[in-house]
Design a protein around this ligand. Structure first.
Ligand SMILES: C[S@@+](CC[C@H](N)C(=O)[O-])C[C@H]1O[C@@H](n2cnc3c(N)ncnc32)[C@H](O)[C@@H]1O
Length: 209
């Protein structure tokens, strides 16, 4: 993020010191967390559409979920995480900010969660295994409220989706899946998607009216 603009966002960020510590922890421990400009963009969207409920797929250490509820106090998030170490770290962080009533973590593989235990959501945020994006979308899109939005992070994967020539076979295969997902979103008859060049790329998908 532009350093000049970041200064203003830092001044406005509730619990700034705490979130700085989480960002530092994520960097040292190689935990992938959302880029700051996409985070701020989503925080704005949550407030613009007055979101009350969110489903997040991919909690990691709880950084994004905590940032979202701190930017909108009446937002309630269900977030799904399959990695036990991440799950425990997220629980600790949620406790530190006393956000147990705002964030509910489901410790399970998102593809195995029983949808009927979930509710309807104003926002669905897809930020887990990239190779499974389309499966997450198909499984959870029916839980979207009429005017809700589905956000997908990392849709350019460090710019690799545009420049595929010099990548290793594994990375190329994953990047191909993200590319297929982006094309998939663009062909959906009942949805419109906007592709935003923010952070690692963010797709904003909504139902056609
Ligand atoms: C990019 S990180 C999430 C970052 C987090 N949203 C943030 O910005 O602070 C992705 C997380 O998704 C989890 N994950 C990947 N595939 C998953 C799945 N199928 N079900 C549940 N969690 C999954 C990983 O364990 C990892 O912690």
């Amino acid at each position: 993020m532009n350093l000049y603009l970041e200064k203003f966002n830092n001044e406005n960020e509730a619990n700034h010191e705490f979130f700085n510590e989480l960002r530092a922890y994520a960097e040292v421990n190689n935990v992938p967390i959302i880029k700051r400009d996409s985070l701020v963009l989503i925080q704005s969207l949550l407030n613009i559409i007055n979101a009350k409920t969110m489903l997040e797929i991919g909690t990691a250490i709880g950084y994004s979920a905590l940032s979202f509820v701190c930017s909108k106090e009446d937002l309630v998030i269900d977030t799904i995480e399959r990695n036990e170490e991440m799950y425990n770290e997220a629980l600790n962080n949620i406790k530190k900010l006393n956000k147990e009533n705002s964030i509910n973590i489901i410790f399970q593989d998102a593809l195995e969660v029983d949808n009927t235990i979930l509710k309807k959501y104003d926002v669905i945020f897809i930020d887990a295994a990239k190779a499974q994006y389309q499966k997450f979308f198909d499984k959870y899109a029916p839980l979207l409220n009429e005017n809700g939005i589905i956000l997908t992070d990392n849709i350019i994967f460090h710019g690799c989706v545009e420049e595929q020539e010099h990548l290793s076979k594994n990375v190329r295969s994953m990047v191909k899946k993200i590319d297929n997902y982006n094309h998939y979103l663009s062909t959906l008859e009942n949805y419109t998607t906007y592709y935003i060049d923010s952070g690692d790329g963010l797709a904003i998908t909504m139902r056609k009216k």
